[in-house]
Ligand binder design. Structure first.
Ligand code: NAI
Length: 462
């Protein structure tokens, strides 16, 4: 039993970042985490292990696709699946240990176990009840399956099971052409698995700029992924050899099924608040299981806050981190703030896909007068040199003021390039501000400048 200024429940990117910042601002902080390691879904079974697998398989893909073109001859490497898994696990361990070190360095107490909130200002872990002025729910989310689908994490898996398969499957059906489906679908397609993605909507990556989504689907198809769009999955049944996915095509209501060794269910995630005792406290909930919060992340119960995947907004690690930092500032009596208009989204496939701000579809729906400046990577010398000349940068600006309203990139390093535009947007910059900034040659970033130039008098290399 101990007394703290702040107890944070959950040590994912939202929780641990909130804890570090709150401690840096002088608060006495504890984090409760039930997993054996810190870092939450993102570090343990999400963003980080998937990036390791994407990196390893990207390298493999390069040896098949591009090595010979560069005069690098010889047999392509064979995959040692156990070793690849061990590499991924090492990457995870390195990062979770890093968080442990950071918590210690900042004098944040790690209370090990699963927490509940028996009363305002109290957190129960095992038999101990701790007290705190502020309690933060940073419990994240869990995969949400479909009715008629029972996940066993062996044959019918979520992203968690897909990262620890016993062997490389020959065939895989991915349900859902969202971020998880396409990242992990790419991993296995590069390993030689025949991957078919079944998606309910008529386009992949819902909500993404339509032109980017179309280009993305074309490129992934070339990489070997198959797509069945406009298909609602009805059920998944286990078979002797794997599983069978039944779906209904929306255009004519016809039914069909697909057999595969492995079925990956990637149909979204839902907030995870089970066992906290929010009902008993009378915490007001929002839509789809989210915890309702005000502008300061406070729930309907005074002193009880929530951040990250557990509340409204995109389920992204960096959104949770920003909320964690802002809330720490608020708890320390300062003015924390998150600019929800400038939260980038990235898909870490090859090529990467990144976006920030509004899409053309949103601007049209809002009836806003805008201009689009587009530049293809085909005109970028650096991209051509590394066989990544597919894709483009598109910057959307206000037609009158030239202020940047959004940007959409599909191409090499898109996930890093997007941040130049994020910074510009934070400062309320115009496309001309970007266009007048000297960009080193030859860099991928020049494509961003060229797209900014295309918003004005025109790009140079297109
Ligand atoms: P998602 O919401 O991105 O995509 C789910 C897809 O499943 C949608 O396209 C939806 O139309 C489809 N779907 C739903 N029901 C269906 C049915 N019955 N039949 C066929 N298709 C169906 O969800 P996803 O990919 O599972 O990701 C979950 C969350 O994790 C997202 O919020 C995502 O942003 C986040 N995430 C982010 C990553 C990143 O930033 N790189 C990486 C991995 C996850």
């Amino acid at each position: 039993m101990a007394e703290f200024d702040t107890i944070i429940i959950g040590a994912g990117p939202g929780g641990y970042v909130c804890a570090i910042r709150a401690a840096q601002l002088g608060l006495k902080v504890a984090v409760v985490e039930g997993r054996e390691t810190l870092g939450g879904t993102c570090l343990n079974v999400g963003c980080i292990p998937s990036k390791a697998m994407l990196h390893a398989t990207h390298m493999l893909h390069e040896t098949h696709e591009n090595f010979e073109k560069m005069g690098l001859m010889g047999a392509a490497p064979k995959v040692d699946w156990a070793k690849m898994q061990a590499y991924k696990d090492d990457v995870v361990t390195g990062n979770t240990k890093g968080i442990e070190f950071l918590l210690k360095k900042n004098k944040v107490t790690w209370i090990k176990g699963w927490a509940s909130i028996p009363a305002t200002g109290k957190v129960k872990v095992g038999d101990d009840v701790h007290t705190a002025k502020h309690i933060v729910i940073a419990t994240g989310s869990e995969a949400s399956s479909l009715p008629g689908v029972t996940v066993d994490e062996e044959t019918i898996v979520t992203s968690t099971g897909a990262l620890t398969l016993g062997r490389i499957p020959k065939t895989m059906v991915v349900i859902g052409a969202g971020v998880i489906g396409l990242e992990l679908g790419s991993v296995y397609a590069r390993l030689g698995t025949e991957v078919t993605v079944v998606e309910y909507l008529d386009a992949i990556t819902p909500g993404m700029d339509a032109e980017v989504a179309k280009t993305f689907q074309r490129i992934l198809t070339k990489q070997g992924l198959k797509f069945i769009l406009g298909a609602a999955v009805q059920s998944v049944a286990k078979t002797k050899k794997g599983a069978s996915v039944s779906y209904k095509l929306k255009k004519d209501n016809s039914e069909a099924s697909l057999d595969a060794d492995i079925v990956l269910v990637a149909t979204g995630r839902k907030p995870y608040t089970t066992g906290l005792g929010l009902d008993g406290l009378g915490v007001e909930m929002g839509p789809r299981g989210t915890v309702k919060t005000d502008d300061h992340f406070q729930t309907s119960v005074k002193g009880l806050y929530a951040i990250g995947d557990a509340i409204a907004g995109p389920m992204l690690a960096h959104k949770a981190e920003d909320e964690g930092m802002a809330l720490a500032e608020i708890m320390a009596g300062k003015h924390g703030h998150v600019n929800y208009g400038v939260i980038p989204g990235v898909i870490y496939t090859t090529p990467e896909v990144a976006n920030v701000g509004l899409t053309e579809e949103q601007l049209k729906a809002e009836g806003r007068a805008y201009k689009a400046g587009k530049f293809p990577f085909m005109g970028n010398a650096r991209a051509k040199a590394v066989f990544q000349a597919e894709g483009f940068v598109k910057i959307l600006v206000d037609a009158t003021t030239d202020r940047i309203l959004g940007a959409h990139i599909i191409g090499p390093q898109a996930g890093d390039l997007i941040h130049e535009i994020c910074v510009a947007m934070e400062f309320g910059a115009s496309a001309q501000d970007l266009a007048l900034t000297c960009h080193a040659h030859p860099t991928w970033s020049e494509a961003v400048r060229e797209a900014a130039l295309a918003c004005g008098d025109g790009a140079i290399h297109a």
